[in-house]
Design a protein around this ligand. Structure first.
Ligand SMILES: Cc1cc2nc3c(=O)[nH]c(=O)nc-3n(C[C@H](O)[C@H](O)[C@H](O)COP(=O)(O)OP(=O)(O)OC[C@H]3O[C@@H](n4cnc5c(N)ncnc54)[C@H](O)[C@@H]3O)c2cc1C
Length: 367
């Protein structure tokens, strides 16, 4: 029997997942989510895809309805921003209240990197605003040729806008994918009529009267933790059980970063880190080998990716029908798989990736 209270700062994807996982593991203490958005926890990925492509309702993206929350005895305090955390007294201050905790989870996500006079896309409100813009404008400039920028560009094209993408790097998604995938993305966007500008100086590329959507990355919300004396370095620093430098305080999702690893900033990490924290709170050994994968949908192009291609010494490409799968191998073990419109092969790659089997007959093993 857990007689304690877990407070979760944030009521987004990681927060909701952590609360549900705690209940699944049998935690029967008090769980309270403190969220500054007035809406129940929702998932963001469709905000740049189907939600932006047609008239849509928030119900399509909400992942923890008030009914569900009641069923699982999860308290949702929405529309309240946490102002400060007193680590020594184990108290969180928000909305004029001081709430005691035994365990605390930072799940307060991140915010879009701001750009003056530009629209952003992080929240449901942002998506509604951008959708209205796509209804009324004829032209859109997207700053940033990463996953989000390319999704917004493709969706804006589907609304019939003329779309320009401005990217500082010399190739698309340069941080995330190898050059051959950047080339493929470039070709796809040119085919659907997006005007892509690479290697651009932002100040020179933007003119005064154009409608701009900034998709230039996310900044982790780590100030609250810094102010509380919790260790932070471009995200709240955690170990492999999502524990921060302060006892009984955890961090998950976009606000967290494991020391010596890059920030993942994706849907799968929000879930995996939420599960890990729930295990740690319940004092159960954390399952190893998480499946950290990501996807992006840009018009009719579905890209799915797991693993890291950077140490690969070989690339095997397999094509079937409309799909193509790129397998990146390091010393004949699968280091990374990138599937283009090939969800079946991508699904199969999971087992191979997890097993880290040496693939002597590579072509046969990947068929
Ligand atoms: C438009 C968009 C599209 C995306 N597409 C994909 C995709 O295709 N694939 C993929 O893998 N990932 C995608 N992602 C990333 C993925 O959605 C995020 O990694 C995930 O939402 C992170 O979850 P989180 O709970 O950590 O943060 P969030 O979902 O941001 O939730 C954090 C919550 O905490 C609240 N909060 C912040 N400060 C406070 C405070 N002081 N007090 C109370 N509440 C606070 C925030 O307002 C927010 O509601 C996308 C993200 C966006 C924005």
């Amino acid at each position: 029997m857990n007689a304690d209270t877990t407070l979760i700062i944030g009521a987004g994807q990681a927060a909701a997942k952590c609360a549900l996982e705690l209940r699944r593991l049998g935690y029967d203490g008090q769980i309270t989510l403190l969220g500054d958005e007035a809406i129940p926890p929702y998932q963001r990925p469709e905000l740049s895809k189907s939600y932006l492509a047609r008239p849509a309702s928030p119900d399509e993206v909400i992942m923890l309805t008030p009914d569900m929350a009641e069923r699982f005895a999860i308290e949702l305090k929405l529309g309240v921003a946490v102002k400060s955390v007193d680590v020594a007294q184990r108290v969180v201050h928000c909305g004029g209240e001081a709430l005691k905790f035994d365990k605390l989870v930072f799940a307060n996500g991140g915010r879009a990197r701001p750009l003056e006079n530009a629209l952003n896309l992080r929240t449901l409100n942002d998506a509604d605003r951008l959708y209205q813009t796509l209804q009324t404008e004829k032209q859109l400039t997207v700053v940033g040729g990463g996953w989000l920028g390319l999704e917004v560009a493709a969706t804006a094209r589907s609304h019939g806008l003329s779309v320009r993408v401005i990217e500082q790097q010399n190739r698309l998604c340069a941080r995330s994918v190898p050059a051959e995938i950047s080339d493929l993305l470039l070709q796809h966007h040119r085919d659907i009529g997006v005007d892509i500008h690479l290697g651009c100086d932002l100040q020179e590329a933007l003119s005064e009267h154009e409608v701009v959507c900034a998709c230039t990355g996310m900044l982790p919300n780590d100030q609250l933790a810094t102010d509380a004396g919790v260790q932070v370095d471009r995200g709240i620093l955690v170990n492999d059980r999502q524990m921060t430098s302060a006892p009984n305080i955890f961090a998950i999702g976009d606000c967290a970063r494991q020391e010596n690893l890059p920030a993942y900033e994706n849907w799968a990490y929000a879930n995996v880190s939420a599960e890990r924290a729930a295990y740690a709170i319940c004092d159960i050994a954390v399952p190893v080998n998480p499946d950290l994968w990501l996807w992006s949908k840009q018009g009719d192009l579905l890209i799915q990716m797991r693993g890291d291609f950077r140490n690969a010494d070989e690339c095997v490409v397999k094509k079937k029908g409309q799909g193509t799968c790129y397998y990146y191998l390091a010393e004949k073990k699968l280091a990374c798989c990138i599937a283009i419109n090939d969800p079946a092969r991508f699904g199969q790659s999971r087992k191979l990736y997890r097993s880290q089997k040496v693939l002597n007959e590579i072509s046969a093993a990947l068929d």
